[in-house]
Design a protein around this ligand. Structure first.
Ligand code: UDP
Ligand code: MG
Length: 334
C-alpha cells in the first residue's frame, strides 16, 4: 500500500472541462517544486460536460490524481466536504478549479504551515473579472456575517486555505448537513493566519454560483452560526407592542379634539394589517429556515452520494460515506 502523501489538494469541479488541464498543469508544477509527495483529490459534482471523463483520463495517466464522482450535483460545500473526507495528507489545501485561486500561493501557505500555523487562509485583496453585483453582495455578505455570528470568520476569505491534518480530522468529525465550511474552520480554532492575494478572473467558463445558490449559501452561513435572526424578533415585538399601547390614549384624545373621523375608516386598518402581516410572515420564514435545517439533521441522510471513486487504492482508503453504486439513477440537477 502506498505511503500517505505529505500534501493533499482538494478541488471541487462542476462543469469545468475548459479548466481541468490547466489546473492539473499548474498544481503539479507548484507541488513538484516542493520536492515532497502530494495528491490531487478532485470531486466531480455532477458535471454535465466532459469534466469526469477528463479527470478519469488524468487519473489513469498520473496516479496522484484521484476522482470522487458524485451521483448528481450536491453543491460546492459538499463537494469540498467529500474531498476532505478522502484526503490523507499531513496538510490539505482546498482550491477552486477555475484557477481564480492561484496554485502558486500554496507555497506561501506551506511556509506558514511549517512555521507552526494549522490553518492558513487566503484573503482576497482584490477581485478581478467579477460583476459589480457579485463584488457588492460578497462585500456585504462577509461584513454582515462577521457582525452577527458568534465566531470570528475572517473577512473576504473563501475556501482557499491550507489546513493541518488535525484541523481536517476535526472538520470531518462534524456531521452537519448545511455546511458553511469557512465558518466551521473558524469555529474549530487552532493557530490560524491569513495571507492576502489578488483573486484573478475565471480562467474559462462562467460562475457556477447563480443568485439562487448564493442566497442558499448565505442562509446556511447565518443559520449555522447565529441566533441573531431569531432573537431580533423580540425587538420588533417590543416596538409594535409599545406603539399599540400608546396609540390607545393618543388616538382617544385626538378623536375627542378632532372628531371621530380621525384615523377612522378602512384604509388605515388595511395598511396596518398588511404591514403587521408581512412582519409576521417574514419571521415565520426565518423560523422556517431554522426548522428546515433541524429537519435535515433528523432525517440523517448521507451528506452526498458517491457514484464512482477513481484512483483510490483499495479498501484502505475508504470513503467516509457509504458507497451506493449501481442503484442510483443520476438525478436531474435542480
Ligand atoms: N462548484 C461545485 N459545485 C457547484 C458549484 C460550484 O463543485 O454546485 C465548484 C466550481 O467548479 C469551482 C468552485 O466550486 O471549482 C467555485 O465555484 P465558482 O467558481 O463558480 O464560484 P465563484 O468563484 O464564482 O464564487
Ligand atoms: Mg470561481
Amino acid at each position: 500500500m502506498s505511503e500517505h502523501p505529505r500534501y493533499s489538494i482538494v478541488a471541487p469541479i462542476y462543469n469545468e472541462e475548459g479548466n481541468i488541464q490547466k489546473l492539473y498543469e499548474r498544481v503539479s508544477q507548484v507541488m513538484d517544486s516542493t520536492g515532497e509527495s502530494w495528491e490531487l483529490v478532485t470531486v466531480n459534482d455532477g458535471s454535465r460536460d466532459k469534466s469526469f471523463e477528463m479527470l478519469e483520463a488524468l487519473s489513469h495517466k498520473d496516479p496522484r490524481i484521484k476522482v470522487i464522482n458524485f451521483a448528481r450535483n450536491f453543491g460546492h460545500q459538499l463537494a469540498v466536504t467529500a474531498g476532505l473526507h478522502n484526503t490523507s495528507g499531513n496538510a490539505v489545501v482546498v482550491i477552486d478549479a477555475d484557477l481564480q485561486d492561484p496554485p502558486e500561493l500554496i507555497l506561501d501557505m506551506i511556509e506558514r504551515w511549517k512555521a507552526g500555523y494549522q490553518v492558513v487562509y487566503a484573503v482576497r485583496q482584490e477581485r478581478k473579472g467579477e460583476s459589480w453585483f457579485k463584488l457588492f453582495t460578497a462585500k456585504m455578505f462577509y461584513r454582515i456575517i462577521y457582525r452577527i455570528t458568534d465566531v470570528d470568520i475572517p473577512l473576504d476569505t473563501g475556501d482557499f486555505r491550507l489546513m493541518d491534518r488535525k484541523v481536517v480530522d476535526a472538520l470531518n468529525s462534524m456531521p452537519e448537513h448545511n455546511r458553511f465550511i469557512r465558518g466551521l474552520t473558524s469555529w474549530i480554532g487552532f493557530k490560524q493566519t491569513g495571507i492576502t492575494y489578488v483573486r484573478e478572473a475565471r480562467e474559462w467558463g462562467e460562475t457556477k454560483y447563480p443568485l439562487k445558490k448564493m442566497v442558499r449559501f448565505a442562509m446556511d452561513a447565518v443559520t449555522g452560526f447565529s441566533y441573531f435572526p431569531l432573537q431580533v424578533m423580540v425587538y420588533v415585538a417590543f416596538i409594535l407592542g409599545v406603539l399599540g399601547v400608546f396609540a390607545i390614549p393618543i388616538i382617544a384624545i385626538l378623536r375627542l379634539i378632532l372628531g371621530f373621523q380621525f384615523l377612522g375608516g378602512q384604509v388605515t386598518n388595511i395598511i396596518v394589517m398588511l404591514l403587521v402581516g408581512s412582519f409576521q410572515l417574514f419571521f415565520l420564514f426565518i423560523l422556517g429556515q431554522y426548522v428546515a435545517r433541524i429537519y435535515d439533521e433528523t432525517r440523517g441522510r448521507p451528506l452526498y452520494i458517491v457514484a464512482d471513486m477513481v484512483g483510490f487504492d483499495g479498501p484502505k482508503n475508504k470513503p467516509s460515506e457509504p458507497e451506493t453504486k449501481a442503484a442510483l439513477e443520476p438525478q436531474a440537477e435542480r
